[in-house]
Design a protein around this ligand. Structure first.
Ligand SMILES: Nc1nc2c(ncn2[C@@H]2O[C@H](COP(=O)(O)OP(=O)(O)OP(=O)(O)O)[C@@H](O)[C@H]2O)c(=O)[nH]1
Ligand SMILES: [Mg+2]
Length: 233
């Protein structure tokens, strides 16, 4: 791949324990990727660790900012990435739930589609989240979002995606209302309305081994309010 043509945007909040493994695994897959972390001043020192690694590795960038939630971390990351003029922008979580091994297939599919989504809910995909609560919230949330917003994507809340940079340039990020994980669905909705072509590829969503989840009940309320808002508008 041409160096610098794909930028991987990764939001981080208290992910210090996962950063080194994540970086190694990303570059094992593809040496020419650029990785842009967006850290909300994590109390565990995530940004300090990234800065130390970035001193010796020019493929790593960091945005440091105040705590504003995952949606605005993506927005700042996408804005910065677009300034660097890539062909593709990938987004993924820092906790190794999203296996970097899927990146080559994402980039292959991105030659023919505008947005490629790593999907747990198509044939060949799966989620290692156990218990009742989180898997149910995820599956019911995806179903409700699809039904209410008419978005024909099985894993509409997936946080593992690859965009053609050109399609992200057309999004007015000031219009984004989400602050939590519903950002993923809102982006799909906005891009769908702009006629983007989507492709889902199967992924195995792995359970995080280190660090803590930032998922909260408040995010569910926000998602429900936004589904209604977008539906009515
Ligand atoms: N910059 C920034 N990153 C965040 C914020 N909240 C979450 N993240 C990151 O966003 C990614 C997804 O968050 P997770 O806590 O893994 O959420 P989740 O995958 O729904 O929850 P688990 O499955 O339990 O891990 C991770 O890389 C987090 O570090 C935030 O407020 N700001
Ligand atoms: Mg996670």
């Amino acid at each position: 791949m041409i160096p610098g043509k794909t930028i991987v945007v990764i939001p981080t909040y208290n992910e210090r324990e996962n950063i080194s493994d994540l970086i190694n695994r990303i570059f094992e897959v593809d040496n020419d990727l650029i990785v842009l972390f967006v850290d909300d001043n994590s109390p565990d020192g995530t940004s300090g660790l990234i800065e130390n690694i970035a001193k010796y590795d020019k493929r790593i960038y960091l945005i440091k900012k105040e705590k504003e939630g995952i949606a605005l971390a993506y927005v700042r990351g996408f804005e910065k990435a677009l300034e660097m003029d890539p062909e593709h922008i990938i987004q993924m979580d820092a906790d190794l739930s999203h296996n970097p091994a899927h990146i080559p297939e994402m980039l292959k599919q991105a030659e023919s589609f505008d947005v490629v989504i790593g999907s747990r809910y198509i044939s060949g995909g799966s989620s290692c989240l156990r218990g009742l609560f989180r898997p149910c919230i995820s599956i019911i949330g995806a179903g409700l979002t699809r039904f209410m917003l008419g978005v024909k994507i099985r894993d509409v809340l997936s946080g593992y995606k690859c965009f053609k940079a050109a399609v992200l340039k057309n999004i007015n990020f000031n219009k984004i209302r989400s602050r939590g994980f519903f950002f993923q669905a809102e982006m799909n909705y906005l891009l769908g309305r702009r006629g983007c072509r989507f492709k889902e590829i199967p992924i195995v969503f792995l359970k995080r081994n280190k660090g803590k989840s930032k998922f909260s009940l408040g995010m569910i309320w926000e998602a429900m309010a936004l589904i209604l808002f977008l539906r009515v508008n």
